[in-house]
Ligand binder design. Structure first.
Ligand code: ZN
Length: 162
């Protein structure tokens, strides 16, 4: 464990070294901060997860790929492996992607409010009325969004978002 923390520290320094000349937009485009998080989380889970332990050498390679990522034939395998490791955290360790629930619940909120209101106007007034449907959509969107953002917040505060 001691050794793995030391290893992690070396990799963090290596990432800093390799990205020292990167602009902020390049740094974000290549998702370097996500790579650092994947390294950190993989080290934390390695003692109890074979896959995370195996991923450490893959991550080691990904760090060394950083200088070559302008080339498409380096970029594609990098992203494939990166996404596979990230997916492992979603599937096995209870992580969610950023902003998973807010847009999902907003959409659900719109559907759950507009459909009954549309049906109600149709059956009680004999036609579909737009104003109450739009009002319902706005309420459903806001209520869904805030409920979803709350749920996202629980994961964010637990540092279970990656
Ligand atoms: Zn794992």
């Amino acid at each position: 464990m001691e050794n793995q923390q030391e290893w992690l520290h070396q990799k963090q320094l290596r990432i800093e070294e390799l990205t020292a000349n990167f602009s902020m937009s390049k740094y974000n485009l290549l998702k370097i901060s996500y790579l650092a998080r994947l390294l950190d989380e993989s080290v934390q889970h390695a003692p109890t997860c074979n896959i995370c332990r195996g991923n450490l050498s893959t991550l080691d390679n990904l760090v060394e790929e950083i200088p070559h990522l302008d080339l498409i034939d380096h970029r594609q395998p990098y992203e494939r492996q990166f996404n596979a490791i990230r997916a492992h955290f979603h599937q096995q360790h209870g992580f969610i992607p950023p902003y998973k629930y807010a847009p999902l619940f907003a959409l659900a909120g719109i559907l759950l409010t507009t459909l009954p209101v549309a049906a109600w106007t149709y059956f009680s007034k004999g036609r579909v009325m737009l104003d109450p449907i739009l009002a319902a959509a706005a309420i459903g969107l806001l209520a869904g969004y805030f409920r979803g953002a709350q749920k996202d917040g629980v994961y964010r505060r637990a540092k279970k978002m990656i």
